[in-house]
Design a protein around this ligand. Structure first.
Ligand code: NAD
Length: 472
């Protein structure tokens, strides 16, 4: 069995000082698949010191040097896209087409940053002042397991474009993908110390990194609870903090929507990435008179959802990442039933025909009110709620009645009305009749879905401090 015991600092792979082990399991077979040897506080310190040594030189590199590095990173990731895809399937159970898309997205994130850096204005004239944007310092990037290559690359691309060395702490549950991705980064030949990767537990390595006095920037993607603790922890040194957190996104089905198409779209918004997606549309808001017809349409659309082997191109929904997630989803299904929501599709346990693996039944509740636990808390699994609304104002009120504000979806024929509704939603992104991603538009959340924005130019700005220089 593979033992993953390497971290990457000072331009080289080395064994972690930490010796504690964590067993990983294949989500499809539940068999033990790899052992992660977890880094410890000393490893975290080593990684920050490595980045700190690189900062004075790297922050002074030319635009051209950083553009070349970003292109090299993109090419190195692209060169091993097939292996990266396979690692996502093996470790995470990501359906093959989606896994391939995510590996490609990582390569394009670096390319996009290179293009944007080419035209980025690091100095601007503002009245009497010359305003200079300068690299903020060593950046720590902490990321979850559910979209690993994208989360690492999008943060790293912004940081490197700005001139900041990075220390990445990936989730302990994505150690194999992290190892392979780091090999790609290494192959691109970054200067020693500019990229560092250290895998360990959040409350050990994560805390050691975020509390290190030499870290000036923290960019975190993960749960809202951990994000809040990171923000609190940054107070003594006022480190710059960007938080990309959870969501409970609404999908508003307008009254002019074709219900068959709307049902298919709502399912794809709700179940994407094995239903473990921060942007999942998990609250489906439907005009009250159309709820029964919509329920029928979504039951029909469910026939096209194929749960099972992520290696089959026919599969649309793979397993949950681990037993903990599986158990968590089961608990929420029980809560939904206990709260009096009506189970339309799915329920507890595994789908028929699957007798092992962390596969949950895609589950849809109707007769849900927006104050039920299943409508308020992020479940991070295939559990969707249908909620009735009376008119457009009511739909907007329900959509915004959530602690979160990461994403929203609107489905309808009248584009002007759909736009009008979109303009009233408190969400960092609103997608109208689409699931398309725009990787250079800002990404981030309103309310408890986060602080700040990343991606594209916003990811570069996120790693800069502004300085106004006045007088000759
Ligand atoms: P999590 O918050 O448990 O962990 C995320 C990362 O933080 C992991 O690397 C973990 O080891 C680390 N961590 C945990 N405790 C820490 C601490 N005290 N200090 C520092 N680091 C710590 O989240 P998860 O279960 O891995 O991921 C799922 C969550 O991530 C969901 O809430 C999802 O919505 C969110 N997410 C958000 C986005 C976004 O862009 N907004 C994208 C993907 C996932």
């Amino acid at each position: 069995m593979d033992k993953l015991d390497q971290m990457y600092t000072d331009g080289a792979f080395q064994q972690t000082h930490g010796r504690e082990e964590l067993q990983l399991f294949d989500p499809v077979t539940e068999e033990a698949s790899a052992i992660v040897v977890l880094a410890d506080e000393r490893d975290a310190k080593t990684a920050v010191e490595s980045a700190s040594r690189a900062f004075p030189t790297f922050s002074q590199t030319t635009r051209k040097q950083r553009i070349d590095l970003l292109h090299a990173l993109s090419a190195a990731v692209e060169a091993r896209a097939d292996e990266l895809t396979e690692a996502t399937i093996a470790e995470y159970g990501g359906p093959v087409e989606q896994a391939r898309w995510r590996a490609g997205l990582a390569a394009s994130n670096f390319r996009d940053a290179a293009r944007l850096l080419d035209e980025f204005a690091f100095t601007r004239r503002v009245g009497e002042a010359e305003v200079v944007a300068q690299a903020v310092g060593v950046a720590v990037h902490i990321v979850p397991w559910n979209s690993l290559y994208n989360a690492i690359s999008v943060k790293m691309a912004g940081a490197l474009a700005a001139g900041c060395p990075v220390v990445v702490k990936p989730s302990e549950y994505s150690a194999r993908q992290s190892q392979l991705f780091t090999e790609c980064l290494h192959a691109a030949g970054p200067p020693a110390g500019v990229i560092n990767v250290v895998t360990g537990l959040g409350n050990v390595v994560g805390e050691a990194l975020t509390s290190h006095p030499d870290v000036r920037k923290i960019s975190f993607t993960g749960s809202t609870a951990v994000g809040k603790s990171i923000l609190r922890g940054a107070v003594p040194r006022l480190q710059r903090v960007t938080l990309e957190l959870g969501g409970k996104s609404p999908t508003i089905v307008m009254d002019d929507a074709d219900l068959r198409d709307a049902a298919t779209s709502a399912l794809s918004f709700g179940l994407l990435n094995n239903a473990q997606s921060c942007i999942a549309g998990t609250r489906i808001l439907v005009p009250r008179p159309k709820v029964e017809a919509f329920c029928q349409a979504i039951q029909n659309a469910m026939r096209d959802v194929v749960v099972g082997d992520p290696r089959s191109p026919l599969t649309t929904l793979g397993p949950l990442v681990n037993r903990r997630q599986f158990d968590r989803v089961q608990t929420y299904i029980q809560k939904g039933i206990a709260e009096g929501a009506r189970l339309l599709v799915g329920g507890e346990g595994r789908p028929d025909g699957l007798n092992r693996g962390f596969f949950a039944k895609p589950t849809i509740f109707t007769d849900v009110s927006n104050d039920m636990v299943i409508a308020r808390e992020e479940i991070f699994g295939p559990v969707l709620c249908i909620i009735a609304y009376d008119d457009e104002d009511h739909a907007v009120t329900l959509a915004n009645d959530t602690p979160y504000g990461l994403h929203a979806y609107v489905i309808g024929k009248d584009k002007i009305r759909a736009r009008r509704v979109a303009s009233r939603l408190d969400a960092g992104r609103v997608a109208i009749n689409t699931l398309r991603h725009e990787p250079i538009a800002p990404f981030g959340g309103f309310k408890e879905s986060g602080v700040g924005r990343e991606y594209g130019l916003y990811g570069i700005e996120d790693h800069l401090e502004l300085k106004a220089v006045i007088g000759a």
